[in-house]
Design a protein around this ligand. Structure first.
Ligand code: SF4
Length: 290
């Protein structure tokens, strides 16, 4: 699918309390991020709970894979029976990313607040049921991210009417080799004049847990607004703003890092009624009949 809506505005959401155990990993400074990266590097994905993961996967062949059944730091509604559930540090974008993107679109009004430019990265191992973007689950699906494209993305942010850049996919947190250099350039060029939104299949709590890879923390340090969590078909709700299922949340990243708990984006405004339904009723009531 060219325009990924599963991990884009239509495929994500969540709600709930932050679980305990955040604060330590997430009072982020440049030093702590780099120290965290090193410790995460030394903790080989696959070395933790490997037996448990394999046993669990074997039990649920063809269904779901809860790789961390004993992990208490989960977001609401996770694990979900139809998506993969990684243990901390199991998936590492530094090795998974192929540097491939699915699409890049200018002047989009559905991927966050205002008029934005959106980059859709390829690759997502969550594999949520009914994901709208299953065509780009493969990290090699799409086209190579190039220096020329990066230059264009930076230049395209310049007009005053462009509020910022949106990252979706696919899984941005597992495409850090592409996105970290890009976001560094965005901040170098525009400071905080442009905001960055990112969607992710990870919950906030999963990103905060001990043992998660440091590149995710670093990416998050450049993000202003995060829409978190898997897409859960049973929680699908068309009235939600910028997300697809009610477990997903629109999170103010900086406020949340400072507070040590999830702080919801203060401009959140879900619809009360389904607009096509309202229009249908108005038409049925005679509106438009000359
Ligand atoms: S997190 Fe789920 S909905 Fe989003 S791209 Fe991945 S599989 Fe699709």
């Amino acid at each position: 699918m060219t325009v990924p809506e599963g991990c884009a505005s239509d495929g994500f959401r969540a709600a709930g309390e932050a679980s305990a155990g955040f604060g330590t990993a997430w009072s982020v400074s440049a030093e702590s991020v780099s120290a965290d990266s090193e410790s995460a590097d030394s903790a080989q994905p696959g070395s933790v709970l490997a037996g448990t993961a394999l046993e669990n996967a074997a039990k649920h062949v063809g269904k779901w894979h809860d790789f961390a059944p004993s992990d208490a730091n989960r977001g609401p509604g996770i694990p979900y029976k139809y998506s993969n559930n990684p243990y901390a540090g199991q998936w590492d974008g530094r090795t998974l990313s192929s540097g491939i993107i699915a699409d890049y679109k200018r002047m989009v009004m559905t991927d966050g607040e205002g008029i934005r430019n959106s980059l859709y990265v390829s690759g997502c191992p969550f594999r949520c049921e009914k994901c709208w973007n299953s065509s780009i689950w493969d990290f090699r699906a799409g086209k190579p991210y190039t220096k020329e494209l990066e230059d264009s993305i930076i230049a395209d942010l310049e007009p005053d009417y462009i509020q910022g850049l949106s990252l979706m996919g696919g899984e941005p947190m597992l495409n850090t080799p592409v996105l970290l250099p890009l976001l560094e350039r965005v901040r170098e060029t525009y400071g905080n004049a442009k905001d960055v939104w990112s969607w992710t299949g990870y919950t906030w709590e999963e990103l905060m847990r001990d043992g998660e890879t440091g590149d995710k923390a670093r990416l998050l340090s450049y993000v202003d607004v995060l829409v978190d969590g898997r897409y859960i078909e049973e929680k699908k709700d068309s009235l939600l703003q910028f997300r697809g299922s009610s477990n997903q949340r629109i999170i103010d990243v900086k406020k949340s890092l400072l507070a040590g708990r999830v702080e919801i984006w203060e401009k959140l405004k879900d619809q009360k009624r389904f607009i096509p339904e309202i229009s249908g009723k108005e038409r049925a009531a005679g509106e438009g009949a000359n």
